[in-house]
Design a protein around this ligand. Structure first.
Ligand SMILES: Cc1cc2nc3c(=O)[nH]c(=O)nc-3n(C[C@H](O)[C@H](O)[C@H](O)COP(=O)(O)O)c2cc1C
Length: 243
């Protein structure tokens, strides 16, 4: 009799359960070396206005948060973009050589890099940027109109072309695997949720609309941002626009 194949997701979940004798999926799998704690790209940096906005109370933002997929044509301001980057991955403290951030991270290892793909932001050329959390600035990675490429990469969801900015949340998974092994993937997915919720609440507080997007062709996003999809991989998108 042919045995039913265990679905891969179930297999992953079961074999990354913590037991007193370790995590089964780690057996025989070497740990990677620790990658650098954050990426720094060469090139000129665009400083972002400091995050100072005093908006809604947290309770009000929680009450009003909704996924919004239609936006007004008004561009976002640079201050709004700065505030959103800060909400996603801004530095709020330091522990030894680590920058502690607005979103929690297992073991304070911070696997995520934030890539704003700018469509309409005042004072910024449309293009692909990288957020430098140490000095709250952006590095330009590529200049151009990426609305159609992003729309296609996101299964033709209009919201990805209409947004003022689409954040690509990408993870350097080995930053977590080096300590937590194969269970580390779970932590990466959990952390994406933390970061995205911060963006949701910040957008709500700023009077902007936003939506998290999990449906996309991974490798098209990798090509668009310029990552290999192995060492660094796209996990989640988050679109934000004016209302
Ligand atoms: C993991 C995840 C993936 C999602 N992916 C998409 C998506 O690809 N496209 C989209 O329009 N909305 C997406 N959403 C938004 C949900 O559709 C939305 O949160 C849900 O309908 C509840 O509505 P609310 O956020 O307004 O409360 C996603 C939400 C989550 C949490």
């Amino acid at each position: 009799m042919v045995e039913a194949r265990v679905p891969l997701g179930r297999l992953y979940h079961e074999s990354t359960k913590i037991t007193w004798s370790g995590v089964p999926a780690d057996q025989g799998v070497p740990r990677p070396v620790m990658p650098p704690p954050f990426r720094e790209y060469a090139g000129p940096r665009v400083p972002l206005p400091p995050a100072v906005y005093q908006g809604l109370t947290l309770e009000e933002a929680l009450r009003r948060r909704r996924s919004v997929r239609q936006y007004a044509p008004r561009p976002l301001t640079l201050a709004e973009l700065g505030q959103l980057c800060f909400a996603a991955q801004g530095v709020t403290g330091q522990y030894r050589d680590r920058y502690l951030r607005t979103a929690p991270s297992a073991g304070a290892l911070y696997p995520f890099e934030l890539y704003p793909v700018v469509h309409r932001v005042e004072g910024l050329e449309p293009g692909v940027y990288h957020y430098n959390l140490q000095d709250h600035s952006l590095t330009v990675l590529d200049v151009g109109d990426f609305r159609q490429a992003l729309w296609r990469a996101g299964l033709e969801q209009e919201v990805l072309a209409e947004a003022g900015v689409v954040f690509v949340l990408a993870a350097v998974v080995d930053r977590v695997r080096f300590k937590y092994g194969e269970r580390g993937w779970r932590y990466v997915y959990m952390e994406a949720g933390h970061i995205s919720q911060n963006i949701y609440l910040q957008a709500t507080s700023l009077g902007l609309g936003s939506v998290a997007v999990g449906a996309f062709f991974d490798d098209e996003i990798h090509r668009l941002v310029g990552m290999d999809g192995q060492e660094e991989t796209a996990i989640y998108l988050h679109a934000v626009g004016a209302l």
